[in-house]
Structure formats: C-alpha cells, structure tokens
Design a protein around this ligand. Structure first.
Ligand SMILES: *Cc1c(COP(=O)(O)O)cnc(C)c1O
Length: 368
C-alpha cells in the first residue's frame, strides 16, 4: 500500500466539476486580479472567521508582513514569536523592518511557551505573533492578558489553522489581525499562492488593502510605497468552492488524528496533546520518537511506501538565516529537542482508516 503525505489530487477529483466550471467563469469574466471572485471570497471568509473584514493578498507571508505594516510596526520595533514555526513567520517581521524576538515552545503543544513571553518584553516590543501551529490554537487567554498588560498588538499566524476554535471562539476573534495562507497544501488551499488578512477593524483593513496594492488610495494616488500582493480571481473562485467543504474536511482530519491516537496507544511514541476546550484542525499530525530512532523509523516507513515529514528539522533561531542573533543551544531547549524528535505522519481529510491501520502496523513492526 502507498500512503502519500498529502493527496491534493483525490480532493480535486471530489470537487472537479464545480472547480472547472468556476475557472471557466473567471476566464469568461476576465476578473483576473481582485475583482468579483476574489471579492466574494473575502466576504465569505470574513464571515466564516467571525470578523468584519478580509483582505485577500498574494500569500501568507505577505499577509503577516502587511498586517505588521497596517499596525504601524516597523523599524526600531521588536516583535515576539515562537521558536518553532515555518520561517515565513519571522521573515515577515524582518520584511516589515522590525526585529524578531524568539520565545521557546511548550514541549507538549509545540506552541509558544506562554510563561516565557514576559521575560522577552522590552520597551521596544510592539506585538506578539502567536502561531497556531499544526492546527492547534496557541494558549490565547494568557497571551491576551500579557498583550493587554503591556499594550501590545496581537497578530495570529493561522496559516495552519483555518477553522480552529479556542474556548468556543474562532481564532480570528482573539487577535487584532489574523493571517492566513492558502498555499495548496494548507487546510484551505488554493491552486497557486494566496493569503488573507482578517480583522474587525475597518482602519487596519483599509491600511492593509492600501499597502498590498502599491500604497494606492486611488488609481494613481499613492499615499505610501506599498507592495504588489493581491489575490487573483482564479484563487478567489477556487477558494470560494473549497470553503464550503472546509468544516467537513477539518472533521475528517480530526477523525483521522483520533484514529492515530487510539491505534498508537500501546506504542512508545508520543502522540499529540490537545489543550482543553479547543478545536484543533490537524494541519499536521506530529509524533515524537525519542532516543535517536527517528531517521531509522522514517526510512522503514519509506521502504513500506509511507511518506513522512519533519516540521521543522531546525528550530528558527538555529537556522543559518538567524546566525547573527547569536543564540546558543540553551536558549531554546524545548524547540531544539522537539526538532530532533518530531515526525509528521500522513495527514489529510481523504486519508482512509485502512491507510492509518497500515501506517500503524508498520510503525509497530519497527522495533521502538
Ligand atoms: C505556510 C505558512 C506561512 C506562509 O504562508 P505562504 O502562503 O506560504 O507564504 C506562514 N506561517 C506558517 C506557520 C505557515 O505554515
């Protein structure tokens, strides 16, 4: 049996007719950049997120960077984020002209360690970017308290967490601005690059839209220099079709995660921990393999047709790109250890129980 890491083709085939006819409509109307289809998606997605505004942009990295700009954060400012994420999170801070400040993770959830945030706050700190990594919301209540106390802005990185909730609230309702990626492999994926900025502030939404469109307030009236980062019509149309299926797909991801948890119960590997009262949407299903056996397990699974991944093999502060920050191994011990032990097993909505049984059987046949 072959178990791919993700399977975009099967999902496409399940919605093929609807997608193809929408693509034809975009062609017929020539609404290629922004326009009707992107606009409809912005409205639908804002409503889905429980927010008033959505600004479609070119990708998730731009969404984060533009959100920082919209909040007036840039040169001379510091922004705090988690040591374990995809580089886009910290890249966006640097792109905005601000300084990245990393905080170690909670070793059970792999999200930002809320007890270590305050120690990193200085008089230059302007914002915190909690990342809802792997689809599980960061522990937002304490983060919101810290932000209030120190007058900091909150930008959620929800690139892996479309549709997740925290204590009955949608994650976009917990931060000043929430940023999404619709990279094809994300839980809500376009068929190309796309991203969105979601907020209930008309002021920030207007600023973000202006900044994402060359800083223009009118066709050739440019208030500031911005960037060119707009959602295209094809992606808007495709995302509109896919949004209707997102909750079902998330339910299927959750079902698959709980199948894995149950079936791996007697195996000596660490399965994911959900914090109380959240709806985690399992962009990735992460297990921990201690004692340096990870690479051998991955090779064993590969020999049996099972694809795995590592998200991420190097914690952000230890990447070559951040060498200049001069961090040492003792600065982020939990992020460092996790990066050496985590493996991502196949996870996508269309993954069948028989495939999960097969993955579990092959994990069991490996001497752990
Ligand atoms: C994918 C991702 C991004 C960036 O999104 P792009 O659309 O690829 O630019 C940002 N943050 C996290 C956590 C991601 O997984």
């Amino acid at each position: 049996m072959n178990v791919p890491f993700v399977d975009l083709k099967t999902q496409y085939l399940s919605i093929k007719d609807e997608i193809n006819s929408k693509i034809q409509q975009v062609l017929d109307s020539c609404a290629f950049i922004g326009g009707k289809f992107a606009g409809e998606f912005e409205q639908n997605f804002a409503r889905y997120c429980g927010a008033d505004h959505c600004v479609g942009v070119g990708n998730g990295t731009d969404a984060l960077h533009i959100a920082l700009r919209a909040l007036g954060i840039g040169s001379g400012d510091e922004v705090i984020t988690a040591a374990n994420s995809f580089i886009a999170t910290s890249e966006a801070i640097t792109l905005a002209g601000a300084q990245v400040v990393f905080v170690d993770i909670n070793p059970e959830t792999y999200n930002i360690n809320v007890n270590q945030i305050e120690a990193k706050i200085t008089d230059k700190t302007r914002a915190i970017i909690p990342v809802h990594l792997y689809g599980q919301p960061a522990d937002m209540d304490p983060i919101i308290d810290i932000a209030r106390k120190h007058n900091l802005k909150l930008i959620g990185d929800a690139a892996q967490a479309h549709g997740s909730t925290y204590k009955e609230k949608k994650i976009a309702q917990l931060t000043d601005i929430t940023c999404y990626s619709f990279y094809p492999g994300k839980n809500l994926g376009a068929y190309g690059d796309a991203g969105a900025i979601v907020t209930s502030s008309a002021e920030w939404a207007d600023k973000a839209r202006m900044y994402a469109n060359h800083g223009r307030s009118d066709k050739y009236a440019h208030e500031v220099e911005g960037v060119n980062s707009r959602m295209d019509g094809f992606q808007g149309a495709i995302l509109n079709v896919k949004l209707k299926h997102l909750d079902t797909w998330s339910d299927n991801r959750r079902r698959n995660a709980y199948f894995y948890n149950e079936k791996l119960k007697d195996v000596t590997i660490v399965t994911p921990t959900e914090i109380d009262d959240v709806r985690a949407v399992y962009h990735l299903y992460i297990v921990r393999i201690p004692d340096g056996k990870r690479e051998r397990l991955q090779a064993h699974l590969k020999e049996n047709g099972i694809a795995t991944g590592i998200h991420y093999p190097t914690a952000l502060p230890y990447l070559e790109a951040y060498k200049h920050l001069g961090h040492t191994e003792s600065d982020f011990p939990h992020a460092l250890k996790a990066s050496q032990e985590i493996v991502s097993l196949p996870m996508y909505p269309e993954l069948a129980e028989e495939q999960i049984d097969y993955v579990v059987e092959k994990i069991k046949s490996f001497a752990l």
